[in-house]
Write a protein that binds this ligand. Structure first.
Ligand code: OOG
Ligand code: NI
Length: 463
């Protein structure tokens, strides 16, 4: 008995990974607000729009409340970073694990002319997601896609030399791995040290001519290779009405991307809709021949997103097919002025009510007993879920999509790199190489949603 109490006390001396993640997300948000004032404006605007939507749509407010999504909404952000080497990616995996964030999904962006492949570090358990769903879209540069051998080797040498983590951050990661957690003071220190990795540096590590050579190969390569660390390049709040948010931004004179990426506006939002705002042009100091030179670099931008129902593999296949139908209708991608109409038209074949989406197995849902169901457990018995819903004994709410979309991500990269690089690289998806660099397999997003849905179904019987 005494032994078990002592064990419990040892365990509880550690700060939960969820709490460390929340502290980290807040610290990142504060840092980015100070660095990029546009971000602060976006946060305020999105908060105002969300408040209005919740007031105008009490059903939606109740649904978010029931699913532990209301409280997390105000904190909810994703960020993005780009790293240069396998070692950097592998250490990032360990750093994010301290905060309960694990790699989910593999995104190949080379097909869209962006020489990276990516994953998203995020929490995966229901309780962790409702505590704080902070996610970081993390890309690894694929130097092997640079044709010019001498530039490729030069970039590799530059990357080999840098250390993007502080010594103390590395110590604390090791300690957490060894002992199973961090104590409050260590957790605070960890957050402060980890933050250093994601800070913007206005002094480049390469000369201006090298920067130009890298930049001419691909802007993204210059962004990854020329600096001391993988600066966070955007931090995105979640809005409940992206069309209203986009309009409000344009009214305030922000230069928004022309098209909202992802599915069209719908009664039942699915997956993810995103729009971003032009990158800042920032002054950078380049070390040149002991004298130094001043130039500019564009990397950091603003973005907002609206999240909807997580789709099953069947639903996702339908989404992918309809999206490419809209994009390829006349070979114009999403650039034509009639793209919004084409997108709308294509998606009329995607069911737009929750009952059909659920019955056709297109999306994942979280099941729960209604008051009537809780009062009449005998009637619940082992009736199938659909029968419980029909009898008013249970309801099913959409499980929110926590991940990203490769076509959208490529569009975001492209618009913010400022370029029009549209060529695709000939080398293709290489998930094995990515996982080898990461030092672990990525989690399968569908398996995670499936588990969340299954847990809710099981809980109907164990109430
Ligand atoms: C990441 C772009 C992808 C998203 O929301 O799809 C992304 C980057 O520019 O590094 O953040
Ligand atoms: Ni993003």
């Amino acid at each position: 008995m005494q032994g078990s109490v002592a064990r419990t006390m040892t365990v509880s001396a550690f700060v939960s990974p969820d709490h460390i993640r929340s502290l980290f997300a807040q610290a990142m948000s504060q840092m980015y607000r100070a660095e990029v004032p546009l971000y602060g404006d976006l946060i305020d605007l999105v908060a105002a729009i969300n408040a209005r939507v919740l007031e105008d749509q009490p059903d939606l407010a109740a649904q978010l409340e029931r699913n532990d999504e209301r409280a997390r909404l105000d904190q909810e952000r994703h960020g993005a970073i780009r790293v240069g080497t396998a070692a950097e990616l592998a250490t990032l995996r360990r750093l994010f694990a301290v905060m309960g964030m694990y790699p989910v999904g593999y995104y190949d962006l080379s097909v869209a002319g962006v020489p990276v492949h990516s994953t998203a570090f995020r929490p995966i358990e229901a309780a962790a997601l409702s505590a704080n769903p902070f996610r970081v879209f993390t890309s690894l540069l694929r130097l092997e896609l640079i044709d010019d051998a001498s530039l490729r080797e030069q970039a590799a040498r530059i990357l080999e030399r840098r250390q993007i983590f502080t010594a103390r951050a590395l110590q604390l990661i090791e300690q957490c791995e060894r002992e199973g957690g961090l104590e409050p003071r260590q957790a605070e220190q960890f957050v402060a040290e980890a933050l250093e990795t994601f800070r913007w540096h206005s002094d480049a590590t390469v000369s201006l001519p090298t920067y130009h050579a890298l930049h001419d190969t691909h802007r993204l390569i210059a962004d990854v290779v020329s600096f001391r660390g993988p600066h966070i390049n955007h931090l995105t709040p979640r809005t409940l009405d992206i069309d209203a948010a986009q309009q409000a931004m344009v009214e305030r004179g922000m230069v928004a991307k022309a098209v909202i990426e992802g599915p069209p506006r719908r009664a039942c939002p699915i997956l993810l809709r995103q729009t971003s705002f032009k990158a800042l042009e920032e002054t950078v100091h380049f070390p040149d021949n002991g004298e130094g030179a001043t130039g500019t670099h564009t990397a950091r931008f603003g973005e907002i997103e609206q999240r909807g129902l997580a789709l099953t593999p069947k639903g996702r296949a339908l989404y992918d097919a309809l999206l490419s139908q809209a994009r390829e209708a006349d070979g114009a991608g999403n650039s034509g002025s009639d793209y919004p109409q084409r997108l709308e038209a294509a998606f009329t074949s995607f069911p737009d009510d929750h009952d059909t989406l659920r019955r056709e197995g297109l999306g994942y849902f979280r099941y729960a007993l209604t008051d009537a169901g809780r009062k009449d457990i005998a009637a619940v018995g082992d009736l199938p879920a659909e029968a419980l819903i029909a009898a008013g004994l249970a309801i099913a709410d959409p499980i929110v999509y926590e991940d990203f979309l490769p076509v959208s991500a490529a569009g975001i990269f492209q618009s913010n790199l400022g370029g029009t690089e549209q060529r695709a690289y000939s080398a293709h998806s290489n998930r094995d190489a990515f996982e080898q660099a990461l030092g672990a397999p990525v989690h399968d997003e569908f398996a995670i949603y499936e588990r969340l849905q299954r847990q809710s179904l099981d809980a109907l019987r164990t109430y």
